[in-house]
Design a protein around this ligand. Structure first.
Ligand SMILES: Nc1nc(=O)c2c([nH]1)NC[C@@H]1CN(c3ccc(C(=O)N[C@@H](CCC(=O)O)C(=O)O)cc3)CN21
Ligand SMILES: CC(C)C(=O)C(=O)O
Ligand SMILES: [Mg+2]
Length: 261
């Protein structure tokens, strides 16, 4: 199976073919997503919450991200593989971002990185990485690493100056060379406008149906999360399924039915 390249994303937008992206944090999940034909697999820093039990994405280290990205890499043959740059591994200066992205590419074999924010310094950082051959996925709207600045995981871009700022950030990130943009938790109409304005594809999460593709956290889709954001959808309830399987094992062992004699 041929691995997808950066060109697939622009082509999909031109063809009006919706892009599908999901997160993964381990080998088995990555294999299943890849088999299902997902276009992009993100080793999202949300794994700090879904897989590690933290209450935000802030504690995740670059070492922990490398460990998960390496596991995911072994399970992916076709999808374009992107890792989030963890909090404070890229914001200090653009050289820090380059070194962090470089480690993820060399030590985990990811195809690109995602970083949060479209403010002028971050746009410069994106250009710095792209010029040095690193595909960058932008991320604007709700940027979870800024939760304490934003006052929680609230929808962004609700006022008209805020919406205008996000439209400008999208254009600036496109100009800097980002190959696609994540639009998180913003009004559907704003995400639709941004998607029409930029030539690169947008991947929406809580950003309505008119993005060029959608991304979700796999734990939410599978019903493994304790709570899911208001915009997510659980397509199954694996918490319940796993509980029932484990309870069946407990019962069989306790009554001597497993292993069979
Ligand atoms: N499992 C999981 N799924 C995600 O989509 C996700 C994460 N984790 N972790 C990182 C961020 C956090 N996300 C979230 C989390 C909660 C809300 C949420 O509940 N929002 C409510 C209340 C916001 C508030 O006032 O604090 C809302 O109505 O917008 C939204 C996005 C999206 N991302
Ligand atoms: C939800 C996506 C966009 C993300 O950044 C993550 O999972 O960390
Ligand atoms: Mg993230």
């Amino acid at each position: 199976m041929a691995a997808l390249s950066i060109h697939h994303f622009r082509q999909a937008k031109q063809d009006g073919q919706p892009l599908v992206a999901l997160t993964a944090a381990d080998y088995a999940t990555a294999q299943i997503l890849d088999k299902a034909g997902i276009d992009l697999i993100l080793v999202g820093d949300s794994l700090a919450m879904t897989s590690l039990g933290y209450t935000s994405t802030l504690p995740l280290t670059l070492e922990a991200m490398l460990h998960h990205a390496q596991a995911v890499r072994r399970g992916v043959e076709r999808a374009f593989l992107v890792a989030d740059l963890p909090f404070m591994t890229y914001q200090v200066q653009k050289e820090q971002a380059l070194l962090s992205a470089g480690r993820l590419m060399k030590e985990a074999g990811v195809n690109g990185v995602k970083l949060e924010g479209g403010y002028p310094d971050m746009v410069e950082t994106v250009a710095f990485l792209v010029q040095r051959g690193i595909p960058v996925l932008g991320h604007i709207g709700l940027t979870p690493q800024a939760k304490h600045q934003l006052g929680g995981y609230r929808q962004q871009g609700k006022t008209s100056p805020e919406a205008e700022r996000l439209r400008q950030e999208a254009l600036n990130l496109e100009q800097a060379g980002a190959f696609a943009l994540v639009l998180e938790h913003m009004p559907a109409e704003l995400a639709a406008q941004i998607s029409e304005q930029v030539g690169i594809p947008t991947l929406g999460i809580g950003a309505g149906p008119d993005c060029d593709g959608q991304i979700l956290v796999t734990h939410d889709l599978l019903g493994l999360s304790e709570r899911i954001p208001p915009f997510a959808k659980a397509y199954t309830n694996l918490r319940q399924t796993i509980l029932e399987a484990v309870q069946a094992f407990v019962v069989e062992v306790q009554k001597g039915a497993f292993p069979p004699s």
